[in-house]
Design a protein around this ligand. Structure first.
Ligand code: NAP
Ligand code: MN
Length: 270
């Protein structure tokens, strides 16, 4: 069993990584960041996102495990005081795993032959900051609507609790293989009209956005941002690749959602 470690640089995470390394080596595990079987992340959901992109070329062989050193995360099940137990689970590993859907983004640029491909774990957004983004939306290559507004957020089921939720998208159970498109501040009046509600697209369909102007866009893939010129077309589908997690124990998705968003503020007496 080769174990890779990715962490953020908070004091707590750094100390925990030190403890994890020592415990893992004592238990006979091999630490290998180049060619790991399991990648342990220490930090938050953002740390897991970074690890996902770092090991995107090894998705078929790598399983992830998240330890959180801040608040409970959506990708991070293990607590800071459970290092010993985690190491024992790694030692006894029988390949337990669960996998979740990813988002495939393909971008066609003016003057470039080949489209660029990106893989997102949470979501991809396209936004225009200096003016209204105008783009045509196609589903399965058929024209659906002309969108005017700040941008669009296209997310995975596990990403549905991230940015997507902030822009009014639905929380989707990650056993559902689908992608979701949610509007970011669409303009709707007597002249301009969009559906104005999120849409959920199945695996055998795809979504295409064609910006009407090609300048001034920001494209995000999870935590990564780039300024874009010359975008002709963006297409989104549920990716063939999936992310695998080492599932040594199971937290029910809706329990996680409740703990992440409702928690102690819950009012039972209303
Ligand atoms: P960040 O600014 O730390 O992320 C914002 C918050 O989103 C953090 O609390 C982060 O948790 C949490 N988060 C990340 N993935 C999540 C998920 N799948 N479900 C629920 N919460 C999630 O930046 P980051 O850590 O690099 O994460 C990038 C992500 O932040 C993006 O993929 C996007 O989903 C989200 N985001 C949200 C907004 C918004 O809601 N307006 C704007 C930009 C980005 P941790 O603190 O544990 O990292
Ligand atoms: Mn973060």
């Amino acid at each position: 069993m080769r174990v890779g470690i990715v962490s953020n640089d908070s004091e707590k995470s750094v100390a925990l990584v030190k403890q994890f390394r020592e415990t893992a080596l004592q238990a006979g595990l091999t630490l290998d960041n180049k060619n790991p079987d399991v990648v342990v992340t220490v930090g938050g959901d953002g740390t897991l996102l970074s690890a996902f992109h770092r090991y995107a070329h090894l998705l078929n062989q790598v399983r992830f495990v998240g330890v959180h050193t801040g608040h409970l995360g959506f990708y991070t099940d293990w607590r800071d005081y459970e290092i010993e137990e985690l190491v024992q689970s790694l030692v006894r590993d029988k390949g337990e795993s669960v996998s979740y859907p990813l988002l495939d983004v393909s971008a066609i640029y003016q003057g470039r032959k080949e489209p660029a491909h990106f893989l997102a774990l949470n979501e991809s957004t396209i936004k225009r900051l200096d003016g209204t983004m105008v783009c045509d939306v196609y589903i399965k290559d058929e024209f659906f609507e002309r969108f005017r507004g700040d941008g669009m957020c296209i997310s995975t089921p596990t990403g549905s609790t991230g940015y997507n939720k902030s822009v009014g998208g639905a929380v989707i159970h990650p056993r559902i293989n689908a992608l979701q498109i949610a509007e970011i501040a669409s303009i709707n009046n007597r002249v301009f009209r969009t559906l104005s509600s999120p849409m959920i697209i199945p695996t055998d369909e795809w979504l295409t956005l064609r910006p009407v102007t090609s300048e001034g866009f920001v494209l995000t893939i999870d935590h990564l941002t780039s300024s874009e010129k010359n975008i002709v077309e963006l297409s989104y589908r549920v990716a063939k690749e999936r992310i695998h997690f080492a599932r040594y124990r199971h937290t029910h998705f809706w329990n996680r959602v409740e703990a992440g968003f409702i928690g102690a503020n819950k009012q039972n007496d209303l």
